[in-house]
Ligand binder design. Structure first.
Ligand SMILES: NC(=O)c1ccc[n+]([C@@H]2O[C@H](COP(=O)([O-])OP(=O)(O)OC[C@H]3O[C@@H](n4cnc5c(N)ncnc54)[C@H](O)[C@@H]3O)[C@@H](O)[C@H]2O)c1
Length: 508
């Protein structure tokens, strides 16, 4: 069906006037479209229109639109009392409560009311588009249109084709998304669609690392925000979203993927959710919020460098070069021989492996050996890793040395892939598997993640920056050390890494 969005006759229907429905209606009218808004709870619709009016006034005050535009936009929204009033809508977006029975009943009503070629879109965040479409008489007109909260601030919208959706219906919704001043990306129906699937890689991997006592919560947050450039550390983010929202979503995606190890939820997160430590909303999560603000502890002061000689393993050429340059600039007492002298601090620069494996493989003295992540954060926040035999005085030497130039550094316990290598590789691997399944085009995967999750890079760009060969090496090491299929590399990644290609390269 060809829809003329410029026609005065075009009216968008929005069902549900809650957090999402009102945001969808707001961006639609701000984009110049007429909207009919329906909610079973009439008071909710009234409240939504009032709220939208306030938002538009505020936008006018901030100079984001003229006062006149704000008023005319507001006049384009109409509250309706029954779904029958949607009969003249060519597209209806359903943003009602996340309950399949409620949604199915709404679609039945819509099929009786709307013209046969009208499009029905759902804003569901967790239900399968294909499953929701299956009872419909015309499943080909049913498509997912997944906005993000808060809609006016989040420009991304995922347009999701179910198995029986007509391509032209999705094409029309892509255009509608642009008309609503959003950035639409197209994907095929899959658990978690794009953004919620990739989002599992960050928080959950961080939770697995924490569960292994690699580092405490604030240190993990510091490393991921300062070394890897994430806007928020994973635990600060979990507290903001609330475990009652994040954890059930993870469990559902894991179940929908038939127990795919890459999405395996974390037991500690479930326990904390059941204990009511949900995050900001309950006053206590990974941090305390009883004062109204996050109580983020101050970092302990760093030890001073004691001048001990330092020897860097040459087994990773790039890591050796990067760390040699850093320590030379710091003014550390560098040894250049093939073996460390008897009391030298020994530094290794593993890619993927833990310090124990590296130390044993190279026949080094474990008491004096620590690892440094030279792939991520060497200039911003360094990650230093001990092994179970590391002597405390060598830990202090390494910490003092690697902070002597004013760059911050965190010492963690032994862990394959440190923190950033492992988490970035996990995110990249999920992105690669989405590309391998053809759920979305590589460019759209990255665009969705950057816009929807605010990550500093999309999964494939992360991979290209660190190097696909490195990502493959990190995942293989994690898989070998843990014996866990969670880390098995996607064939999309393996093939491109082995052929020396970019992760964006498509096969003919
Ligand atoms: N909140 C989010 O962060 C978010 C993000 C993306 C997608 N979503 C999805 O958007 C949808 C709505 O979520 P929300 O957060 O706005 O929920 P909400 O609880 O804020 O609003 C839901 C609204 O639906 C109304 N409703 C219930 N049954 C209805 C019916 N039969 N007909 C018409 N209206 C009905 C309710 O009265 C309520 O106003 C859900 O499918 C949710 O999964 C939510």
């Amino acid at each position: 069906m060809a829809i003329n969005f410029d026609s005065n006759n075009f009216i968008l229907g929005v069902i549900g006037a809650g957090a999402m429905g009102r945001g969808i209606a707001q961006v639609a009218i701000a984009g110049g479209l007429k909207v009919k808004l329906f909610d079973v709870n009439a008071a909710q619709s009234k409240e939504a229109v009032k709220f939208i009016g306030k938002m538009l006034d505020r936008a006018a005050e901030k100079g984001q639109m003229t006062e006149c535009d704000a008023k005319t936009a507001n006049a384009r929204i109409q509250i309706i009392d029954t779904t029958q009033d949607l009969a003249d809508c060519q597209i209806v977006i359903e943003a009602a409560t996340e309950n399949p029975e409620i949604k199915t009943k709404i679609y039945q009503d819509l099929e009786e009311t709307l013209a046969e070629d009208a499009i029905i879109a759902t804003n569901t965040s967790s239900l399968s588009i294909t499953t929701l479409a299956s009872p419909l008489e015309h499943p080909e007109r049913f498509v997912g249109m997944h906005f993000f909260n808060p809609v006016p601030l989040m420009r991304l919208v995922e347009v999701i084709d179910g198995v029986r959706s007509d391509t032209s219906a999705g094409d029309t919704l892509m255009e509608l998304g642009r008309r609503m001043t959003r950035e639409p990306v197209r994907c095929q129906d899959a658990p978690g669609f794009l953004v919620n699937q990739v989002g599992r890689g960050y928080n959950i991997e961080a939770a697995h690392i924490y569960s292994e006592q690699v580092a405490d919560i604030p240190d993990l947050d510091r490393i991921l925000s300062e070394a890897a450039g994430f806007r928020m550390g994973p635990f600060t983010l979990l507290d903001l979203t609330g475990l009652d929202v994040t954890h059930p979503a993870t469990e559902l995606i894991y179940k929908q993927f038939y127990g795919e190890a890459r999405f395996r939820p974390n037991v500690m997160l479930r326990a904390r959710m059941e204990a009511g430590m949900l995050g900001r909303k309950s006053g206590r999560g990974f941090y305390d919020y009883s004062s109204g603000k996050q109580a983020f502890p101050k970092e302990a002061t760093y030890p001073s460098y004691d001048g001990r000689p330092v020897w860097i393993s040459k087994s990773e050429t790039e890591g050796h070069e990067a760390l040699t340059e850093t320590i030379s600039k710091i003014g550390g007492h560098l040894e250049t021989g093939d073996f460390p002298s008897s009391d030298a601090l020994i530094l290794v620069t593993p890619v993927g492996e833990d310090v124990t494996t590296t130390t044993v493989a190279q026949g080094l003295d474990p008491k004096r050996t620590l690892g440094v992540d030279t792939l991520v954060g060497l200039a911003t926040r360094r990650t230093i890793m001990t092994n179970p035999a590391t002597d405390l005085s060598y830990r202090e030497t390494a910490h003092g040395l690697l902070t002597a130039d004013g760059v911050k550094a965190t010492v963690i316990r032994d862990c394959p892939g440190f923190v950033c290598q492992r988490i970035i590789s996990t995110i990249c691997n999920i992105g690669c598997q989405i590309a391998q399944f053809g759920t979305a085009e590589p460019e759209d995967i990255d665009k969705a993640v950057v816009l929807g999750l605010n990550y500093p890079n999309g999964p494939l760009t992360f991979g290209d920056k660190l190097g696909p060969k490195n990502i493959l090496k990190i995942l293989e090491a994690c898989q070998r050390i843990y014996g866990d299929p969670r880390y098995r590399p996607s064939p999309w990644l393996r093939r491109r890494a082995e052929l020396g290609l970019s992760l964006f390269d498509k096969e003919i």
